[in-house]
Design a protein around this ligand. Structure first.
Ligand SMILES: Nc1ncnc2c1ncn2[C@@H]1O[C@H](COP(=O)(O)OP(=O)(O)OP(=O)(O)O)[C@@H](O)[C@H]1O
Ligand SMILES: [Mg+2]
Length: 509
């Protein structure tokens, strides 16, 4: 007789249903063959499964057992199939298990029958729910995370014996329910606050516009002027994560094996060092993992000392910045990870850091300055909507007693601007960042007054903007208009947006 147990595989952060089928043929020498494109970890399941069954006094079928993981053309990786494999080869004649056809099982086994944590549990629960399953049995440590996939009952399993007792109706396991209050408790708390940043009002306003419209931001200034301070406080002025965004982030962190417990409740902020490899930044590798750009999904990716990143790493950002996801190639397929992040880059204006400084002399030659600044290529610069200078801080600003605005005050304006923008998308009823408006959406929603149109036309010619540069300028102007709750883009909004793109002329021309 063939026994079928349901389980889930992962492709990127998407779960794919897998059937674990087992059949037995009589033989004096017991053996377990696993087929269906298993990797080395799956093949080793037999050792763990036999030992766990022995430790928990569970009788397995006798003879030569064949376990097939279907669909056979999908590569099966990792140890998540240990638990369903064990269930598929338990000797049902000795156990009266309930109907397992609407249940789904994932989990790695230890030799003593304990169920160990796995990566990607939330994505698996979501896939099981979407495929009509009513119950999923997961390692107990992953149950909080999986419970966020509301609409499917999540049962936490500590041990194989405990699971069998539940399935024969002897000792039911209590299901884990998602606790919305726990989620809402600290979603908006952030350890760093903008009130610590003295002066720098122009850079702070640029950060506010970037946050309101989801625009990429470049901060240029001499050492110690506060670029890193401003960047690290950007998540504190972004609206709190919605549950949908939180689930997306949690799926990614879980697949990457970086989830500690429950859901991700804070906007991600990632600041990889410039020695990070292209794979670490964009994802991929022999065993594919989400890169920093996916870990920053729905949050901020801060690249400090941007010019120090190798060219290949910097340029690898171009495609995901446009498509908001990243596709990594494998031997026989491709995997797509989400990567919708706000890019914030910081750099000095030249190698010594003091070009344009009011009191310190720059020691770089024009050639070295050109070489340094041109490490940020035109196409990459085109994708950074807002460029702002962070000048050296005035002594009086640093010692000013007047309290700077708090992150909460700035965030309120950001939220208002986003709510104003959301009203334009009545059909979607969700925030679409101005930075990622499509061409048709842009034409529809970026309506200008005639003066604004004239100013933009002049700017297009005088600044020799590319078509992309034009679109990006218009989108930033749309965000400034949103902050001022103005239906139409006015001349002043275009002028401000032009000012926020003026550094490419100062440094790159
Ligand atoms: N605007 C500011 N308000 C208050 N403190 C500041 C400000 N700017 C800099 N500082 C102080 O200087 C330190 C260094 O600032 P920060 O790391 O942000 O500089 P940076 O511009 O990133 O420099 P670098 O180019 O060397 O990376 C901060 O930790 C803080 O103590
Ligand atoms: Mg810095």
């Amino acid at each position: 007789m063939i026994t079928v147990i349901n389980s889930v595989a992962l492709s990127g952060i998407d779960g794919i249903m897998v059937s674990v089928e087992s059949g037995a043929s009589s033989s004096n020498k017991p053996r377990l063959d696993i087929i269906g494109l298993p990797d080395a970890a799956v093949k080793e399941a037999s050792g763990r499964v036999y030992s766990a069954a022995r430790s928990c006094c569970i009788n397995l079928k006798k003879g030569v057992l064949t376990v097939n993981l279907a669909p056979a053309d999908l590569r099966k990786e990792g140890s998540v199939y240990d638990l369903p494999i064990l269930l598929s080869i338990t000797d049902e004649t000795k156990l009266n298990l309930c109907d397992l056809s609407k249940k789904c099982f994932v989990g790695e086994l230890s030799l003593n029958g304990d169920v160990r944590s796995i990566n990607g549990c939330l994505a698996m629960a979501v896939a099981a729910r979407d495929n009509g399953f009513k119950e999923i049995y997961v390692p107990a440590v992953n149950a909080n995370e999986a419970s966020a996939a509301e609409g499917i009952d999540v049962f936490p399993v500590k041990n194989v014996r405990q699971l069998i007792n539940h399935l024969i109706g002897a000792e039911p396991i209590e299901k884990t329910s998602f606790n919305r209050d726990d989620f809402l408790k600290d979603i908006s708390a952030h350890p760093l606050d903008f009130s610590d940043v003295k002066g720098q009002s122009a850079a702070k306003f640029a950060a506010e516009i970037a946050a309101a419209g989801g625009h990429n931001l470049l901060l240029i200034g001499p050492p110690g002027s506060g670029k890193s301070m401003i960047a690290s406080r950007l998540p504190s002025i972004l609206p709190p994560l919605s549950l949908k965004e939180s689930i997306e982030c949690t799926e990614i962190y879980s697949v990457a094996g970086l989830l500690t417990d429950g859901l991700i409740t804070k906007r991600p902020y990632r600041s990889p060092h410039h020695s990070a490899s292209p794979n670490a930044l964009v994802g991929g590798g022999a065993i594919p993992r989400p890169g920093e750009i996916s870990l920053a999904h729905n949050g901020v990716l801060f690249l400090d000392e941007f010019t120090e990143f190798p060219k290949v790493t910097r340029e690898a950002l171009r495609q995901p910045l446009e498509s908001r996801n990243v596709t990594v190639s494998r031997v026989n397929n491709t995997i797509t990870y989400p990567a919708s992040f706000m890019l914030v880059c910081a750099m000095n204006p030249c190698k010594c850091g003091y070009f344009g400084h009011p009191t310190r002399e720059c020691t770089c030659s024009p050639a070295s300055r050109h070489d340094y600044i041109s490490r940020v290529s035109g196409p990459l610069l085109d994708r950074i909507d807002i460029q702002t200078e962070v000048p050296p801080l005035d002594y009086r600003d640093l010692h000013c007693d007047e309290a700077s605005e708090t992150s909460a005050q700035i965030r309120e304006r950001v939220i208002n601007a986003r709510e104003f923008a959301t009203r334009r998308f009545k059909d979607k009823n969700e925030f679409v960042p101005n930075a990622s408006l499509s061409s048709s959406e842009m034409r529809k929603h970026c309506v200008m007054t005639s003066e604004a149109e004239q100013t933009l036309e002049k700017a297009y010619k005088v600044l020799s903007l590319s078509a992309r540069g034009h679109d990006r300028l218009l989108k930033v102007a749309r965000t400034i208009a949103d902050i001022h709750e103005s239906e139409k883009i006015e001349r002043a909004h275009i002028a401000q947006a032009m000012h926020l793109r003026s550094l490419d002329r100062k440094y790159w021309s």
